[in-house]
Design a protein around this ligand. Structure first.
Ligand SMILES: Nc1ncnc2c1ncn2[C@@H]1O[C@H](COP(=O)(O)OP(=O)(O)O)[C@@H](O)[C@H]1O
Ligand SMILES: [Mg+2]
Length: 304
């Protein structure tokens, strides 16, 4: 073992076997060497396990985007340790090509990045870059467009700029999904969509997670969607992780949530109130239907 290897062996943490994303003491400062230096991330410790659906929430400027942009090395690690699907992104020269195919990144307002003359070309762009041949990439594009609920034959030759807002968002998502990523990282994927568009995107993401085992990390400012969909919620505050726990537990802390200018989801507030009156429901029930079923079941059981 060389001296350099020995030093590295000492500082490289053990990555849990089931971790898709593992950050330890990750820090990031914008404009580090200037008078405008801004510490955007401080001592972030965060693990996302394979197959999990994790949400990141937090006030504007809390560091959410800065964190997720590290995950496909759009922002390079300055200090601390970051491992994504086995790739050490704190290394001097990580293998970014393999990583970028496995980590699907959906930026905020991804439709702004549509650029090709036709929808088909746009969805195929990433695959072409990765050297997938024409027939195969058209098939993969077709599958991806179908997945996001668009009619391939109707839409493939249209200009992305002639589509509605919701359709553009879905085409942009299809471009990411066409690569069949193992991790889907999304920065506010439902921002600016109407309620139906939001519901469609969420149901797609949930089914990718539950049916295909895709690991999901989603930044969101909509506490209701986070509450109903995420297995775990990570709250960023001033570049730090303030909370990291399942949604039902998190939103029992009403005072802390409101102090961070975040909203307590309606169903969480309702369940908290029921609990204050002695009605305890399983932590797993969060949607209106689930809570209703649990309350109904309680009423049907005679007092034991
Ligand atoms: N390109 C940049 N240059 C300088 N400061 C930035 C830049 N991007 C973000 N910041 C600052 O870093 C902090 C974290 O920003 P960001 O990660 O975008 O937070 P969020 O996504 O939670 O709103 C904020 O204070 C923001 O002003
Ligand atoms: Mg952001």
């Amino acid at each position: 073992m060389s001296r350099a290897d020995k030093v590295k062996a000492v500082v490289t943490p053990d990555v849990p076997q089931n971790a898709a994303i593992f950050a330890q003491d990750l820090n990031f400062v914008y404009n580090a060497k200037s008078n405008f230096a801004k510490q955007a991330l401080s001592h972030i410790d965060l693990t996302v396990n394979k197959g999990e659906f994790v949400a990141i929430v937090g006030h504007t400027g809390s560091g959410k985007t800065t964190f997720v942009q590290h995950l496909n090395a759009l922002i390079r690690v300055q200090s601390g340790y970051l491992n994504v699907l086995g790739a050490d992104l704190s290394a001097r020269k990580p293998d970014l090509k393999a990583l970028r195919r496995q980590v699907g990144m959906v930026f905020q307002y991804p439709e702004y990045q549509l650029f090709a003359d036709t929808v088909l070309e746009d969805v195929c762009f990433g695959l072409k870059n990765f050297g997938v041949d024409k027939d195969q990439r058209e098939q993969m594009a077709q599958d991806a467009l179908q997945l996001v609920g668009l009619d391939f034959d109707q839409i493939k030759s249209k200009s992305p700029f002639d589509l509605s807002g919701g359709e553009k968002r879905r085409v942009a998502l299809a471009g990411v999904l066409a690569m069949k990523p193992q991790i889907l990282v999304m920065d506010e994927p439902t921002a600016g969509l109407d309620p139906q568009g939001k519901a469609e995107v969420l149901s797609l993401v949930r089914s990718l997670n539950q049916q295909q085992g895709v690991t999901v990390l989603m930044v969101s400012h909509d506490m209701n969607e986070v509450y109903e969909n995420a297995d775990r919620v990570v709250v960023f505050r001033n570049g730090e992780v303030a909370f990291d726990m399942p949604p039902r537990q998190l939103f029992r802390n009403e005072a802390e949530i409101e102090a961070m200018n975040l909203e307590v989801p309606a169903m969480a507030a309702f369940c908290n109130e029921l609990e204050r009156h002695g009605v305890v429901l399983p932590d797993s029930c969060r949607t209106v239907d689930e809570v209703f079923a649990a309350v109904k079941a309680l009423r049907e059981v005679p007092n034991a």
